[in-house]
Design a protein around this ligand. Sequence first.
Ligand SMILES: [Zn+2]
Length: 354
Amino acid sequence: MVKTKPRAPAIGRPNIGRAKRPFAIDVHAHISDPMVGKFIRETAGRTGGGFVTTSGVSKAMIIAQKRHMDYVRERQRDIPLRLRELDAMGIDMQVISSSPAAGCYWAEGKTGLEMAAHNNDLVAETVAKYPDRFVGVGTVPMQDVTLAVKELRRCVRELDLRGVIIGSYVEGIELGDKKLWKFWKELEALDVPCFIHPDGFTHPQRLGKYYMWNTIAQPLEEALAMSSFIYEGVMDAFPKLKILICHGGGYLPFYNGRADMGYIARPETRGKAAHKPSDYFKRFFYDTVFYDDKMLEFLVERVGDSQIMMGTDFPHFAQQWNGAEFISKAKRLSQQTKERILSKNAAKLFGIRL
Ligand SMILES: [Zn+2]
């Protein structure tokens, strides 16, 4: 068992003068070092959508993407502006993370480590400046598992980050692959969560045209990542591993019937999973970035309100959608469930004292 020095919980403090409402923690919010983004664009020709290269996308989409990323970058640079917008949305704290692209899985491990470390330092500095508004999670170069473990330890022990964010696929390696087990073992030992966040999809040639790399394919990435954890035996081998899947876990929690039937009818396809896929769903944690209140009700029923926590994907779509209001205005959820999703579950997972 790895020993860690005890971490002081971040202190959640309601905004002065705010309306009486439950405390709200946003677990899905990004902050990226501009230098890292510039390096990725210039070295790998990748845009904000990770796997989507500028060569496979129309000129109009490149222009729109640039405009979108300018908006995003302004809110990542200008923290007072960000805080004003969070106040207006009724969000008290954010768990800030880099984009999963910061680990540069396409590059060699040393480069990935350098870029991840840059972003992790920025996250830690931002938290240090605003400890009552932010806690942070780091990122790591998953293409080199030894370096990933090293940076994970630095994030937790030295930077007081509360976990890590990683991509859903590591340049040809699925997350359940034995090569990465050392990393899951260390996460479990450190007792911190891992946030799984796709960085586009592997087939831009079919998905670039209508933004489908984001709308259609990222939920598929999440379903694939969860499936890899299940079938490769990661969830059985590491019973205390804490995996937070973004976008409500993608398709899998909403379309598990076929996976379960495959498990029952075709035993040779079970891999190392000791149970049918849906039996593992309550072991995962989920954010609420899926914009559909019927799905929210369904997810609560399927996995229980202890596993779900509010997310926004800030600054993305912050002008179009308020992730806190999405929970507080949900018609069929009890007040107790709303409070769990709005802050209590996140406080428990990320060590925030309410
Ligand atoms: Zn995101």
